[in-house]
Ligand binder design. Structure first.
Ligand SMILES: Nc1ncnc2c1ncn2[C@@H]1O[C@H](COP(=O)(O)OS(=O)(=O)O)[C@@H](OP(=O)(O)O)[C@H]1O
Ligand SMILES: Nc1ncnc2c1ncn2[C@@H]1O[C@H](COP(=O)(O)OP(=O)(O)O)[C@@H](O)[C@H]1O
Length: 199
């Protein structure tokens, strides 16, 4: 997969309504909350529980979920290292647009490579990208086996499965580490809300 660069003949157009205008109308700042972790570590559970909480509190949100995005925007991608890099690159650009739209964007992707997560962080201003590690041991994820994928991966039916036959690089310095293997969903949601400043 080639990495698209800026098109040489595309001229940037100034806008008349900007992010600050939209945030003022929304009554809150936008942000990218980036949940990373193994399959079954709790990313989807967290982003949807948080989105419900924030939405009910009147915040403008959008949840980008790995499985869902792979049905459309990234439906042409598989799970080779190269395709995972492209997956996160595309999602990073989409999250950046949604941030510009003034939204709190909740992203739940394995995003196994530290360099790809850093690239998304670099797309936006300091403070706009909050990396949240759903820290859960492979043993617990495998016990949960929410979708039966670990069983298939162990049986050799799914190649390049994260944690088994494909690497996962845990964040060294995330804004937040959630012990999703041991703490309750409610406790973890509370910790993210605290990070957002009691939203
Ligand atoms: N080989 C392999 N490795 C890991 N995961 C696999 C694989 N094949 C399919 N799946 C399913 O795809 C979901 C992960 O998609 P992501 O877009 O988050 O992956 S990545 O960030 O590009 O690595 C992941 O969803 P989650 O369980 O929610 O993490 C799996 O359901
Ligand atoms: N603290 C927690 N945070 C998130 N999920 C949790 C937590 N504790 C237990 N779980 C359970 O773990 C499973 C995680 O699955 P899921 O959210 O689909 O993970 P992922 O999206 O990372 O693959 C769910 O069954 C969920 O109820």
């Amino acid at each position: 997969m080639t990495q698209p660069t800026t098109s040489p003949n595309a001229v940037w157009q100034e806008v008349l309504v900007n992010r600050a205008d939209r945030e003022r109308m929304n009554g809150h700042r936008g942000a990218i909350l980036w949940f990373t972790g193994l399959s079954g570590s709790g990313k989807s559970t967290m982003i949807h529980a948080l989105e419900k909480h924030l939405h009910d509190a009147g915040r403008h949100t959008y949840a980008l979920d790995g499985d869902n995005v792979r049905h459309g925007l990234c439906g042409d991608l598989g799970f080779s290292n190269q395709d995972r890099v492209e997956n996160i690159r595309r999602i990073g650009e989409v999250a950046k647009l949604m941030l510009d739209a003034g939204l709190i964007v909740l992203c739940g992707f394995i995003s196994p490579f530290a360099a790809d997560r850093q690239r998304v962080r670099n797309l936006v201003a300091p403070g706009d990208f909050l990396e949240i590690h759903c820290e859960c041991s492979l043993e617990i994820c495998e016990q949960r086996d929410v979708k039966g994928l670990y069983r298939k991966a162990r049986a050799g039916l799914i190649p390049e499965f994260t944690g088994i036959s494909s690497p996962y690089e845990a964040p060294e310095n995330p804004e937040l580490r959630l012990d999703t293997g041991n703490e309750s969903v409610e406790a973890c949601v509370g910790r993210v809300l605290a990070l957002l400043g009691g939203d």
